[in-house]
Design a protein around this ligand. Structure first.
Ligand code: ZN
Length: 357
């Protein structure tokens, strides 16, 4: 008001107002003025929470609430947030670990199907977060990043690519493609997180690019995401869910002891799945984390109309198990020098031998 009287304008460009923080049970406003004798007895000072949980979690909490209304608060809500924090932190740690031998100057291999998909989902997350930051909708940033880390990144992408990262030979094209993808995901994710998890982002970035500061970086750019791969993956993830249910049943029924010894045959009339299988069957097998996967065309009955697959048949493979990657492959036993390994693992082990020789 002083500035308006003296200068004819407010001393800021934008102002953000927020609701009261209220006790989750009593809905009573929590403030310093009602603390103490007869008033509110629980801690209200930010200091208490910074000391107990760390400043990043206090900021994560502030980003997680719908601040335009009254904000229900309890120490339990706060404690629960530490799980989300650990999940995000763990995601960054896994990415860094997988990038430990990454050579950014190496020729970048063509991204595989699953790399293209996670990059498309990353771009969607970038677009959502940029827009949300612009609108000061921090809750949307929190939700988008949390979903991306917990679901797409951890339980699908990292889970599926583990095998190629750990078992392929060091310079296999698909391993390099995944490392290049993870480097991009890590860089974008840390920059998006930096305004909220300031210390965590700085620490993670320091391991990735020692000597540089994430807080001097710009946000990743807004771009259109790869809609073709997102549509294709909708069918593939649908199929993944159905196959995993069928595998669980087969395990319960004693047909197989674990999914890697299963033979899985899918019949479907989904044109997207059929086209993907024609071009990239080994990648679909990898996405489903299987040793032996086949797919053929056939019509659905009315009972399976809503499913991706018309039928899924599970059997037990005759092929022996590779001692190194646990895939069951026909060629295990064929190599004289390494009779317990599959072809891919023989190649990987021999390349290690020649590297140390
Ligand atoms: Zn193997």
């Amino acid at each position: 008001m002083t500035s308006v009287a003296l200068n004819g304008k407010a001393p800021y460009k934008t102002v953000l107002t927020h609701g009261f923080v209220v006790d989750v049970d009593t809905r009573q406003k929590i403030s310093k003025s009602n603390q103490g004798a007869g008033g509110y007895q629980k801690p209200t000072e930010a200091d208490h929470f910074v000391k107990t949980y760390g400043a990043d979690i206090v900021r994560l909490w502030a980003s997680s609430v719908q601040f335009t209304d009254d904000v229900p608060f309890s120490e339990e809500i706060f404690a629960r947030l530490t799980d989300t924090y650990r999940r995000i932190r763990n995601t960054l740690r896994i990415l860094l670990a997988n990038l430990s031998d990454y050579d950014a100057t190496a020729t970048v291999a063509e991204p595989t199907l699953i790399d293209r998909w996670i990059l498309a989902r990353l771009q969607e997350t970038v677009n959502t977060c940029r827009k949300a930051y612009e609108e000061l909708s921090f809750q949307k940033v929190y939700q988008a990043i949390n979903q991306f880390c917990a679901v797409e990144l951890s339980s699908i992408y990292v889970d599926v690519t583990k095998d190629r990262l750990y078992c392929d030979k060091v310079d296999s094209p698909r391993r390099l493609a995944t490392q290049a993808t993870m480097a991009k995901v890590f860089g974008d994710l840390v920059r998006l997180l930096a305004p909220i998890l300031a210390f965590t982002a700085e620490e993670a970035w320091g391991h990735y690019r020692p000597g540089s500061l994430v807080h001097l970086e710009l946000f990743p750019k807004e771009k259109a995401s790869d809609q073709e791969i997102l549509a294709q993956f909708e069918s593939l993830l649908h199929l993944r869910g159905e196959v995993s249910q069928a595998l669980e049943k087969a395990q319960r029924d004693g047909v197989i002891a674990n999914p890697l010894e299963a033979t899985v045959h899918v019949v479907t009339d989904d044109p997207v799945l059929l086209a993907a299988a024609r071009e990239r069957l080994p990648e679909i097998e990898e996405l489903l984390i299987l040793s032996n996967f086949t797919i053929t065309e056939g019509n659905k009955s009315s009972s399976t109309e809503k499913s991706a697959a018309a039928s899924i048949t599970i059997g037990k493979t005759e092929a022996a198990k590779c001692e190194r990657c646990w895939r069951h492959r026909e060629e295990v036993g064929a190599h004289a020098e390494h009779p317990t390994l599959c072809g891919r693992c023989v190649e990987a082990v021999e390349s290690l031998g020649s590297a140390t020789a």
